[in-house]
Design a protein around this ligand. Structure first.
Ligand SMILES: O=P(O)(O)OC[C@@H](O)[C@@H](O)c1c[nH]c2ccccc12
Length: 229
């Protein structure tokens, strides 16, 4: 079967499945805010454990400069039968096609990096090749970037300029996210109580990275979360 005709998994359906945790677990080597996060655990080991312990989806950073990731990390994660999000700064059609070729089910479009017409264009291309689209917003103005081809809206709790995280960003913006778009909350989630609060507010997806890398074995931290969510 030609690559582009192969069916992809749906992150949206997986997040709506109440038998699962709603967690999108991230594989991350380093970040501009924290420096080195994980330089030991391999992408295959970590993503396999995330899958086994009940993640609804997996986010793989493919940006090299800031996050130490690579497209081959995405490919390595495809050994698992789980929706994969390509986490990168997407600005070009080529990257969307590349995401599909390396096994992603979903792309991230960051409103802060794109104009509303650019979001529309890239989201349209993604949908035409069977990918889902997660639009990331940080503030009220960026709600303007939401268009038909967006499946999920992610509120990033991390301020891109100061790197500070504030969960109230999610709690405020959820009220204005259209009800036909699945709401995801991103960054700075470090305990189960926060998930409970955000779930009550209406979020169906919880994107978590750093917290799972607090030990040399990210799956141990994930396991602790999942036994109680
Ligand atoms: O590691 P955290 O604080 O749990 O955050 C994960 C994820 O939300 C974060 O990595 C992220 C959210 N949006 C991004 C855009 C680009 C790079 C990274 C990100």
């Amino acid at each position: 079967m030609p690559l582009f005709a192969t069916p992809v998994l749906s992150l949206k359906a997986s997040l709506l499945d109440e038998a699962k945790t709603g967690i999108i677990a991230e594989y991350k080597r380093k970040s501009p805010s924290k420096g080195v996060i994980n330089d030991k655990a391999t992408v295959t080991d970590v993503t396999t454990a995330y899958t086994q312990y009940g993640a609804s989806g997996i986010s793989v950073l493919t940006d090299t400069d800031f996050f130490g990731g690579h497209l081959n990390d995405l490919l390595a994660a495809t050994v698992n039968h789980i929706p994969l999000l390509r986490k990168d700064f997407m600005i070009d059609e080529y990257q969307v096609i590349q995401a599909k070729a390396y096994g992603a089910a979903v792309i991230l479009l960051i409103a802060a990096c794109l104009t509303p017409p650019e979001v529309k264009q890239l989201a349209g291309i993604a949908k035409s090749i069977g990918l889902e689209v997660l639009l990331e917003i940080h503030n009220e103005e960026e709600l303007e970037h939401i268009c038909n081809d967006i499946d999920m809206v992610g509120v990033n709790n991390r301020n891109l300029k100061t790197f500070e995280v504030d969960i109230s960003t999610s709690l405020q913006l959820i009220q204005q996210i259209p009800t036909n778009k699945l709401a995801v909350t991103e960054s700075g989630i470090s305990n189960i109580d926060t998930i409970v609060t955000l779930r009550k507010a209406g979020f169906k997806g919880f994107l978590i990275g750093e917290e799972f890398h607090e030990t040399a074995r990210p799956c141990d931290c994930f396991c602790r979360f999942c036994s109680t969510t």
